[in-house]
Ligand binder design. Structure first.
Ligand SMILES: [Zn+2]
Ligand SMILES: [Zn+2]
Length: 466
């Protein structure tokens, strides 16, 4: 059965790989990495089985372990890699070797193939599930492949560079019609359009914010999207749900059906898959793992807590949108929209206090054990669902634009080379934006613990009860 391989390289690891280029004094340099394994049973768009390798840790090679280098070759001792292969086999990681071609091409040479074949044999003897090899040239261009047996390799043609900046190394020529892109092309150019066209984008929640995010993604050229949403439309949604009609409320149409209709009627190249489940339902994980970036447009704290960890374990950027709007006792307003981006190097939503852990726990309990939840509610041990919060289309839609803006910033660097802001809070009532600084809490599994970064598949999933 056909398996597609691809690789997710997280920002800190990519930076360490690129630092090799400055370290070798014009000679080739090398290092090793560990990758977590993310197995996808069926890609939501192609149905194909996929295996993604997610960068987990960078391991420098000590100078004493390198036998010989020149500007055009490097060799190192197999012995020095034995402990590395052994550790990878024990932990279920895939070991990787990376080396530079400072003045050459990002292509594997015949000499590379001979060296690697020997290492691949050793790695397999040690019990690893393969050996990844990456080569990087002086311009920072990379090529990757995996030795799946001791004498056979497969190319890894697709690399998602994930972090505050997002890029794709990919041969995919899948791009929307040039005329459709012309006006965007004039600003951002061809590479940005190609990247956006080929990103696989998840949207969690198709309510006020999600209903704006999804058609905006389509207008920017995204061709593969997946929506997680199970609610129906009622009359109270019509004040903000883009694409909804009065008849939808009368017919109790699902939000997913409305967004399918919007995408279908526009007919500009988006393939939208919808999943009728809450994120946090174990059945949704396979589809989430297939995404390159996920927009979290839910007001559900349990789902947000799952995504918070998910981005850490799978190296997949999550752009989280939250709104808080209320009338103050003095008759003024508090109107906040927040966009946080969860990537390698940014603090998580728990450390930023954007998730209410008690609410998250109760929402999860309500789904897992509705009877137990009702019993607790009777005894007034839970907060309960409370009143419906206010929602106004101008603000939910602007929050959606802020979120899409961060994706564009990641791809193009339009608001700075460092890419996405960790958190941006727009205060509509005060007409300003704030960028709160948050320090990750020591030991936090979602943004601090190095063991969770790019850990990918573990048992139980995300090391949490879903
Ligand atoms: Zn080489
Ligand atoms: Zn954290």
């Amino acid at each position: 059965m056909k398996i597609d391989f691809d690789l997710i390289l997280q920002a800190s690891h990519e930076m360490q790989i690129k630092s090799l280029l400055g370290s070798g004094d014009g000679h080739e340099a090398a290092a090793t990495l560990f990758f977590g394994v993310s197995d996808i049973d069926a890609d939501p768009w192609s149905g194909v089985r996929r295996r993604r390798f997610v960068s987990h840790a960078f391991q420098p090679i000590a100078g004493s372990e390198v036998v010989d280098t020149s500007p055009i070759h490097i060799t190192w001792t197999t012995d020095s890699l034995m402990h590395l292969f052994g550790e990878a086999a024990r932990e279920g990681w895939i070991p990787a070797i990376v080396h530079t071609h400072p003045g050459g091409m990002a292509e594997f040479s015949d000499q590379d193939s001979r060296n690697e074949a020997e290492l691949a044999r050793t790695a397999h003897l040690k019990g690893t599930q393969g050996l990844i090899s990456i080569v990087i040239n002086g311009d920072g261009v990379m090529a990757a492949r995996i030795w799946i047996t001791r004498d056979q390799f497969e190319p890894i043609n697709r690399i998602l560079h994930a972090g505050p900046r997002i890029a794709l190394t990919s041969p995919e020529a899948n791009i929307a019609h040039p005329d459709f892109f012309d006006r965007q092309q004039r600003l951002f150019g061809d590479t940005a359009n190609r990247t956006i066209s080929n990103l696989r984008v998840g949207v969690v929640g198709g309510g006020g914010t999600g209903s704006a995010v999804l058609p905006l993604l389509m207008r920017h050229g995204v061709q593969q999207a997946i929506l997680f949403e199970r609610d129906e439309v009622d009359l109270s949604s019509l004040n903000r749900l883009h694409g909804s009609r009065r008849k939808d409320a009368e017919d109790r149409t699902t939000k997913a059906e409305i967004h399918q209709r919007t995408v279908h009627d526009a007919d500009i190249g988006m393939k939208l898959v919808t999943i009728d489940a809450f994120v946090g339902d174990p059945g949704t994980v396979d589809a989430l793992k297939a995404c390159d970036v996920v927009f979290s447009c839910t007001d559900d704290h349990a789902g947000r807590r799952v995504l918070n960890r998910f981005s850490r374990f799978y190296g997949i950027p999550v752009i989280d949108v939250g709104l808080a709007m209320q009338r103050r006792a003095d008759n003024g307003f508090d109107l906040f929209a927040r966009v946080s981006t969860l990537v390698d190097g940014h603090p998580c939503l728990l450390c930023g206090r954007h998730i209410d852990p008690r609410r998250a726990h109760e929402e999860a309990l309500k789904r897992r054990d509705p009877i137990g939840f009702e019993a607790l509610k009777q005894e007034a041990y839970v907060l309960g669902e409370g009143d419906l919060t206010p929602a106004v289309a101008a603000f939910t839609t602007e929050a959606a634009c802020m979120a899409i803006g961060e994706l564009l910033a990641a791809v193009t660097g339009f608001h700075g080379k460092s890419g996405m802001h960790a958190t941006r809070i727009r205060r509509f009532h005060a007409s300003d934006d704030r960028f709160p600084g948050v320090t990750p809490t020591s030991g936090c599994p979602a943004c601090y613990d190095p063991n969770t970064l790019g850990r990918a598949d573990v048992e139980p999933c995300l090391n949490m009860v879903l």
